[in-house]
Design a protein around this ligand. Structure first.
Ligand SMILES: NC(=O)c1ccc[n+]([C@@H]2O[C@H](COP(=O)([O-])OP(=O)(O)OC[C@H]3O[C@@H](n4cnc5c(N)ncnc54)[C@H](OP(=O)(O)O)[C@@H]3O)[C@@H](O)[C@H]2O)c1
Length: 274
């Protein structure tokens, strides 16, 4: 049996949709409804012993919003419970290798190490940043200008649904992917110029200082300010255009999909607020 965690989230709900109707799959969420989901709350490890009973494969969707100690404790609780419950294989949604300078990389790398040191068979899906995230980070303002502080940096963004499709394929055939780490980044990097063009806008990049002031004044939680400013900074510094992923690992997304990845620019455009 396959258990998927976090199924009410953006990625988890796409995965759950693709697995609908299968009787060898159970869905896990902090807030189960009446559709037979199991309660899975990494902050309440008692829920995990029960939820992981009879589970052969765990698709562990990272629970990445929080300070590092909170996220690490969540993932540790999930992996510890998987070990205790006799889960055979864990598929973990991590962060692409070119994202090491992002503040949220730490908890992902900690979790990868925790899995390596566990007795569990595992597959690590190193997800690139979503094209949908760019619609949040770099939407044109009401004046039709994209001011995101991306400089000349570009992001090898990926459609979230492509990542959902890969996660499903891997989780349904775990033995084939045991011990593998896949770098899942887009093939056509997007920067401010490309984003503005597809949105019918102009690109006039702002500064990181300006973004920090705006985000801090927007009601963001304290940890979110460096998280978001750092995301702009790392893209602007040219670390996330895909070229830092070793050549031989760049084709993993296309290979696992068995087709070309979705057009990230179109996904960005369609995800823009209306
Ligand atoms: N690659 C990217 O661009 C990108 C962008 C944002 C986030 N991420 C990372 O990828 C993950 C999945 O992305 P997403 O788009 O699905 O994010 P999302 O829409 O924010 O969903 C995250 C889900 O994580 C689950 N979760 C949170 N706290 C949990 C806890 N204590 N115990 C169990 N589950 C918990 C929740 O599922 P339930 O409500 O069903 O319990 C939540 O809905 C995120 O959590 C984050 O780590 C990646």
């Amino acid at each position: 049996m396959l258990l998927v965690t976090g199924v009410s989230g953006g990625l988890g709900s796409l995965i759950a949709g693709r697995l609908a109707g299968r009787d060898d799959v159970v869905l896990g969420t902090r807030s189960p409804g009446d559709a037979g989901e199991r309660r899975v709350d990494f902050d309440d490890p008692r829920t995990l012993a029960e939820a992981f009973t009879g589970v052969d494969t765990l698709l562990l969707i990272s629970a990445g919003y929080g300070e590092d100690d909170e996220v690490i404790a969540r993932h540790d609780a999930a992996i510890t419970a998987a070990e205790k419950a006799g889960v055979g294989h864990v598929v973990y949604t991590s962060l692409s290798g070119d994202g090491d300078h992002l503040t949220y990389a730490l908890a992902h790398r900690w979790t990868e190490r925790r899995l390596r040191e566990s007795s569990l068979s595992r597959t690590v899906l190193r997800n690139g940043l979503y094209a949908e995230l760019l619609a949040f980070l770099a939407a044109p303002g009401p004046d039709g200008v994209v001011t995101a502080p991306l400089g000349t940096g570009r992001l090898a963004a990926v459609a979230r649904d492509d990542l959902a499709e890969v996660a499903v394929r891997v989780a349904l055939d775990p033995a084939r992917h045991a011990g593998r780490t896949y770098e899942l980044v887009g093939e056509v990097p997007l920067g401010g110029t490309e984003l503005a063009a597809v949105a019918g806008a102009a690109y006039v990049p702002g500064t990181l200082a300006g973004a920090r002031t705006r985000i801090a004044g927007s009601g963001a939680l304290p940890f979110q300010v460096p998280m978001l400013v750092g995301t702009y900074a790392v893209i602007a510094a040219g670390f996330m255009d895909g070229s830092r992923i070793p050549q031989g690992e760049r084709g993993a997304l296309r290979e696992l999909l068995g087709r070309a990845p979705r057009d990230a620019a179109a996904v960005y455009r369609d995800a823009l607020p209306r």
